[in-house]
Design a protein around this ligand. Structure first.
Ligand code: NAD
Ligand code: TYD
Length: 369
């Protein structure tokens, strides 16, 4: 990643922010250009210090805007493109799937076409260029037992995962048709700093702090494999440095939790952090001894709720030599600590649009006995 021009899309969102912050420290002689539309999920504050100190160039732009994207590619001639930009939340895709197709499918097609145009030379493509599509394990669908490998067929169920699977197939088609230099990564559920509090872990932390019940969908027995966002970001850097074109890699950490056990663990960790640090209590509606499992509320299940996600990450470990480093309980404690220490960041995000979303998603949701 040295001495390169790197375009990162979605760099003001959760994983994009962590990635941009990581590589702006490591790839010092590279030029980093962040493209982000700044939807509800994008937050310029996350990377403002890097923009102000000129470590990165920021461009507010929709990745499906062909003319603007072509112009950006003509101006900067990027060598690496890492596409994080997406509509990323399953529940929102169930409410309205349109934007998911526009951004996740058309946006990907626009970036692929811009890169193909920019990278084409007489005998194929420029040397040392790569497009990396950041995808998800959700494209494989749900699995009761065992693990999906990269060879499993795609079987997405939510509009979100269907749009991500469509994008993966488009990327593959560019490799198969044109020999276009691209790789795809499929990671499991990420957690860590800067995650928007509509996703399970930050939502539960934020609800505890703001004195709300903790909504668990259905019976709480659905299973996810959790990986710390910095392990995901390191995997992407290793792949860019070492992978051949045309490959797909699963990125997971074999850390399966069912939702109800995870919510119970978060309750314990938040309570312990509050007890340890008086400073955190001033933000909280509950005193530490009120932070108990009594706050949990089982609510009507998500339609089409995938039971279990589980992937086999042998390929990236053997071919690339990557492995996850962060032990879940430690990563979760650090994440809770980050959220409690960054209440201004959270409070800004949960005002405005988030309030409307929360009301629509949870206020009239049936509570199960
Ligand atoms: P996020 O929702 O936090 O961030 C998405 C970012 O994309 C935001 O900054 C948003 O402003 C931007 N964006 C949205 N539409 C855009 C458009 N049309 N043009 C330009 N920018 C646009 O998402 P995230 O959790 O950081 O996920 C990043 C990527 O990783 C996504 O592609 C997602 O599918 C994938 N992924 C996420 C997870 C996870 O657990 N969060 C797991 C595996 C893969
Ligand atoms: P989420 O963070 O939305 O990620 P994904 O659906 O992409 O895996 O949800 C993680 C799990 O938590 C999923 O099984 C749904 C469940 N969940 C709840 O039980 N309650 C909630 O309020 C949310 C947001 C999710």
């Amino acid at each position: 990643m040295e001495d390169k021009v790197i375009i990162i899309t979605g760099g003001a969102g959760f994983i994009g922010t962590n990635f941009v912050r990581m590589i702006s420290k490591n790839a010092l002689d590279s030029k980093i250009i962040v493209i982000d539309l700044l939807t509800y999920a994008g937050n310029i504050e996350n990377i403002k210090d890097l923009i102000d100190s000129k470590k990165i160039i920021f461009i507010q732009c929709d990745i499906s805007n062909t003319q603007k994207i072509f112009d950006i590619f003509d101006q900067y001639n990027p060598e690496y493109i890492i596409n994080f930009a997406a509509e990323s939340h399953v529940d929102r895709s169930i409410l309205d799937s349109r934007k998911f197709i526009e951004t996740n499918v058309l946006g990907t097609q626009t970036l692929l076409e811009a890169a193909r145009r920019n990278w084409t030379v007489d005998n194929g493509f420029k040397d040392d260029v790569m497009y990396l599509q950041v995808s998800t394990d959700e494209v494989y669908g749900s699995i009761e037992k065992g693990y999906f490998t990269e060879k499993n067929p795609l079987d997405p169920h939510s509009p979100y995962s269907a749009s991500k699977a469509s994008a993966d197939l488009l990327v593959k088609s560019y490799f198969d048709t044109y020999g276009f230099p691209a790789v795809i990564t499929r990671c499991s559920n990420n957690y860590g700093p800067y995650q928007f509090p509509e996703k399970l872990i930050p939502l539960i932390i934020n609800n505890i702090v703001s004195g709300k019940k903790l909504p668990v969908y259905g019976d709480g027995k659905n299973i996810r494999d959790w990986i710390h966002v910095s392990d995901h970001c390191n995997a992407i850097i290793d792949i860019l440095n070492k992978s051949n074109s045309g490959e797909t890699y699963n990125i997971g950490s074999n850390t399966e939790w069912n939702n109800i056990d995870l919510v119970r663990l978060i309750i314990k960790v938040v309570r312990a952090e509050m007890e340890k640090n008086d400073g955190f209590q001033k933000y909280s509606k509950f005193s530490p001894n009120e932070i108990t499992e009594n706050l949990i509320e089982f609510v009507k299940d998500r339609p089409g709720h995938d039971k279990r996600y589980a992937i086999d990450s042998t390929k990236i470990m053997e071919v690339i030599g990557w492995k996850p480093k962060i032990f879940f309980e430690k990563g979760l404690r650090d994440t809770v600590h980050w959220y409690l220490s960054n209440q201004q960041w959270v409070k800004k995000i949960v005002s405005g649009e988030y309030k409307k979303y929360y009301k629509q998603m949870y206020e009239r949701r049936e509570v199960l006995k």
